[in-house]
Design a protein around this ligand. Structure first.
Ligand code: SAH
Ligand code: F3S
Length: 487
């Protein structure tokens, strides 16, 4: 789910309209994946009840919170730079308190309080409900920390405030944590065991968003296909649940259907799918409901069976191809995107060629590509030497990115001449006379505003394109969502 966030939003301070009785000012910014942005909305909701309104001005903040990412070393360096900036501001406003939230808080724990003198508060991803107590500790002059990971916490009972929302699209988290233990990944350590949220609270949140005029939701989890609700508890304990609980359990495909039926006029997206956990049921459910978007983010990381195994990705290249073939058969127009990693320990040129040939087979619509970054404490860091020189990682990465750009262009060009449904999200970055929105497949389109407005579903005739953006003209409102997909 990484990077799907608009790059410009990374680190942008999030603001919510002021509750009148609130007097204290919270500056909160988020880095990393969509889940972090979603978590910050939960945090703002908890703190609104504690008398905090959000502000965009760092200088006037009483409390500064940064929601952090540990996925690669670079992500952590970005946060360290922000901490330096807060420190500079703190010199002029000594009463200001600074807290670190999220994955870096969880990974570094009390080290933050020892090493980074500027930090007053350290709170892991499962401890946000403890924030009111922790803030009181800080206000009384003590450092405060809670990095306890939970087996139950899903924040299902908290109604997130929508920070800096366009009023059109919202995230709804459905699972927390991850049990997959990919050997390179820090997430299972920073976000803990996988838990699924009560479907009732998910539907209530979706219904509430619909009532407030939202048009699109993205169901979020590190591994959404693994969603399983049987009345609480960890997925691994499912076998121990009662017969009744098992019989009435809700799988991800069940949940998708429930959400799609609850709000047939809303677009439904989800992220992220793990190939080993994605079932045919999910693909058939997507095909059945016209309001579930034709887009799957399906990270693969490598095209080499040997590397996939070392990464503990529990599928082969061939199995991945079978999944891709099934998606294409059942939903012919489905867009597919990848996460890819170059330079994992021992990766040879041959392995790298396997990655490129896998990409040729799939011809992904989008991609999020990274050079391997060793993360302390992970299985890969403990067992494999980080033996691929940075220059080689970067050269391979450049080749993967170049090929992806070619494929993105190839797929975007195919849409020129078509008339497609676009949900208007915001003004185009390039021109205030144009709207920007996405089609079901997640490709961005820009077109003259005419009389249309944000939140409208419109039919846009595509006249041309850049490498990844469609350019066209609106020709009328859409009967949203588009007709069934012919199943
Ligand atoms: N399942 C998660 C994965 C989060 S990490 C999800 O919701 O998408 C997002 C991507 O970051 C991964 O798919 C992987 O391509 C990349 N990544 C993870 N750990 C990495 C590491 N140690 N070095 C480089 N890239 C990494
Ligand atoms: Fe990380 Fe693999 Fe889970 S990439 S978040 S351990 S699916």
């Amino acid at each position: 789910m990484e990077k799907v966030i608009d790059e410009q939003k990374q680190g942008e301070a999030l603001v919510l309209e002021g509750a009148q009785a609130n007097t204290k000012k919270l500056f909160i910014e988020s880095y990393g994946c969509q889940m972090n942005f979603s978590d910050s909305e939960i945090v703002a909701s908890i703190l609104a009840k504690e008398g905090f309104n959000t502000t965009q001005s760092l200088q006037e903040a009483d409390l500064v919170l940064v929601n952090t990412c540990s996925i690669r070393d670079k992500a952590e360096q970005t946060v360290r730079k922000r901490l330096e900036k807060y420190n500079a501001v703190k010199q002029t406003n000594p009463k200001m308190k600074v807290g670190v939230l999220g994955c870096m808080a969880e990974r570094l724990k009390s080290k933050f309080l020892e090493e980074e003198k500027i930090v007053d508060l350290v709170v892991g991803p499962d401890a946000y409900k403890d924030l009111p107590n922790l803030i009181r500790e800080v206000e009384e002059g003590r450092d405060a920390i809670n990095v306890i990971l939970s087996k139950e916490e899903t924040y299902g009972d908290i109604s997130p405030v929508r920070l800096q929302s366009n009023g059109v699209s919202a995230f709804v988290s459905i699972t927390r944590g991850c049990d997959n233990m990919c050997t390179f990944c820090v997430v299972p350590f920073t976000r803990g065991r996988e838990r699924s949220r009560d479907p009732q609270s998910i539907i209530e949140e979706v219904n509430d968003l619909a009532a407030r005029g939202f048009k699109e939701i993205t169901l979020l989890g590190q591994n959404v296909d693994s969603y399983l609700w049987y009345g609480g508890g960890l997925k691994k304990d499912f076998e121990k649940a009662s017969v009744m609980q098992q019989a009435t359990s809700v799988s991800f495909s069940n949940l998708l259907a429930l959400v799609a039926e609850a709000q047939p006029k809303m677009r439904i997206r989800f992220s992220t799918s793990n190939p080993q956990d994605m079932t045919l049921d999910v693909i058939h459910t997507m095909a059945k409901y016209p309001n579930i978007c034709d887009y799957i983010h399906l990270p693969v990381q490598s095209g080499s069976d040997r590397i996939l195994k070392k990464m503990n990705r529990l599928h082969t290249r061939e199995e991945y191809f079978t999944l891709i073939d099934n998606i294409r058969k059942i939903i012919p127009n489905c867009a597919i995107s990848q996460d890819m990693m170059t330079g994992f320990p021992t990766e040879t040129e041959e392995d790298h060629q396997d990655t490129l040939s896998l990409m040729e087979y799939v011809k992904y619509d989008f991609g999020f590509m990274f050079a391997y970054s060793e993360r302390p404490g992970t299985m890969a860091a403990r067992k494999f030497e980080d033996d691929i020189p940075l220059a080689v990682k970067k050269r391979r990465l450049a080749e993967v990115i170049a090929l992806q750009l070619e494929h993105s262009y190839h797929n975007t060009k195919k849409m020129v001449g078509q008339t497609i449904e676009i949900l208007i999200e915001k003004e185009s970055k390039k021109s205030d006379a144009e709207w920007s929105g996405r089609n079901s497949q997640n490709t961005v389109a820009v077109f003259p505003k005419q009389h249309y407005k944000v939140g409208d579903f419109v039919m846009v005739k595509i006249d041309s394109c850049t490498k990844s953006t469609l350019i066209g003209e609106a020709v009328g409102y859409s009967q949203s969502p588009q007709p069934p997909k012919g199943v």
